[in-house]
Design a protein around this ligand. Structure first.
Ligand code: LAQ
Length: 372
């Protein structure tokens, strides 16, 4: 079944009922839905919505979704430690923090995401992954794919094609996983490299792996074929019809409260502010008038904000008043280039207009901002 034969929203005729009743009135033991959006925040919000609103005792759900380029970190991770934030900004790649634990992955349209929603009691990652492997094998029996004991799916015994994470609620749960079809591996590896040295934290570290795209192994495969094969296998195991119901995550009528969920996932406070406390101890090698100046910088960052800040500048390099103003305004600020740029620009404005001071200040600030 291609996308053209995908049935439109099954619950459209029942928008006047409560959302729960609405989902309820669809197929018996399960529902397969696919997002029409490629926005990572909207799609993660759909996960939250289903987790919070649906009665998964009555029917389990498989949610299929793909995102435009994004890096997705785990709930307890540190984005500065996990990826190259500067490169993400340059390339316009979104950064999202999901609610499940685990490591950092790269998404683009060449990567499929699958979310298996069940009650907490019925949550079974291995079964879900075996279902995916079975679907792949049904499509291409010669594929050498298997599930590892850390719930990755490997191709040819060594290449990761799928990573897993999960969220267990009080009564509901979901297990979601990726499937690399033809993602940009060059971008994947370059954005998942942190330039940071000297960062200390208790955040969950990712477990880097060699990755491969399924389409490298078989060029005749398409994402639609894979989605369809997975939907078929899921439908068979749940004894439901294998129609894929399209869902629009921007539809407040169908998913009341979804836009607030989407907005929350986009906030700085969620993406960066939820980072476990960390400290940075680094040395800025600043080239000034043909010599290299080593400036030690130590910072403690809590909730994404600078809590303690020490910059070890040579004496008299900056007027002492300006130095203490700098440290004072950095303390409490977001560890974020935009915020720091605004702050140092404002500080310089109240300083004497001296060329020498100006170039020293710019050099220091540029180096500090590059850290973030
Ligand atoms: N898209 C994708 N798929 C599989 N493996 C990937 C991907 N991107 C990066 N990687 C590799 O996995 C490691 C991190 O492995 P690690 O085991 O640390 O983390 C994971 O696997 C998390 C999977 C989360 C899945 C969610 C499903 C929907 S939203 S995100 C990374 O360093 C790369 O080497």
């Amino acid at each position: 079944m291609g996308l053209q034969s995908v049935k439109n929203c099954l619950w459209l005729p029942c928008v006047l009922r409560t959302p729960k009743a609405c989902f309820w009135s669809t197929a018996g033991g399960g529902l397969i839905i696919q997002s029409v959006s490629n926005d990572v925040y909207q799609n993660l919000a759909v996960e939250d919505w289903i987790h919070d609103h649906m009665d998964l005792e009555k029917q389990q759900v498989l949610f299929l979704w793909r995102n435009s380029p994004a890096v997705v970190i785990g709930r307890h991770q540190n984005p500065w430690q996990e990826c190259n934030l500067r490169l993400l900004r340059q390339k316009n790649i979104k950064l999202a923090r999901r609610r499940s634990g685990g490591g950092t992955v790269y998404h683009d349209l060449g990567n499929i995401n699958l979310t298996f929603f069940t009650t907490r009691k019925k949550y079974e990652r291995m079964e879900n992954l075996k279902l995916v492997v079975k679907a792949l094998k049904a499509l291409r029996p010669q594929l050498d794919v298997h599930v590892t004991d850390r719930y990755d799916i490997l191709l040819d015994r060594q290449y990761k094609i799928s990573g897993t994470a999960a969220k267990l609620g009080r009564t509901s749960a979901y297990h979601h996983c990726t499937l690399l079809c033809n993602a940009d591996k060059f971008v994947l590896s370059s954005v998942l490299k942190s330039p940071f040295k000297g960062l200390k934290s208790n955040a969950t570290p990712s477990v880097p792996a060699l990755v491969k795209n399924l389409f490298e192994e078989d060029t005749s495969l398409t994402s639609e074929m894979l989605l369809d094969a997975i939907a078929k296998e899921y439908a068979m195991q749940h004894q439901i019809d294998h129609h894929i119901t399209l869902i629009n995550p921007a539809d407040e009528t169908l998913l009341p409260g979804i836009s607030d969920k989407t907005k929350e996932l986009q906030t700085w406070e969620w993406v960066y502010g939820k980072t476990p406390k960390f400290s940075i101890s680094t040395c800025l090698n600043m080239v000034y008038k043909d010599s290299v100046l080593d400036v030690k910088v130590n910072m403690d960052v809590k909730h994404g904000r600078i809590e303690v800040c020490n910059i070890d500048l040579p004496e008299q390099w900056l007027p002492p008043g300006l130095y203490s103003e700098l440290v004072k305004s950095l303390t409490g600020s977001k560890f974020c280039p935009n915020e720091i740029t605004a702050l140092v620009t404002a500080l310089l404005r109240v300083c004497p207009q001296d060329d020498e001071l100006h170039s020293r200040w710019s050099l220091l600030c540029e180096n500090m901002i590059r850290l973030m």
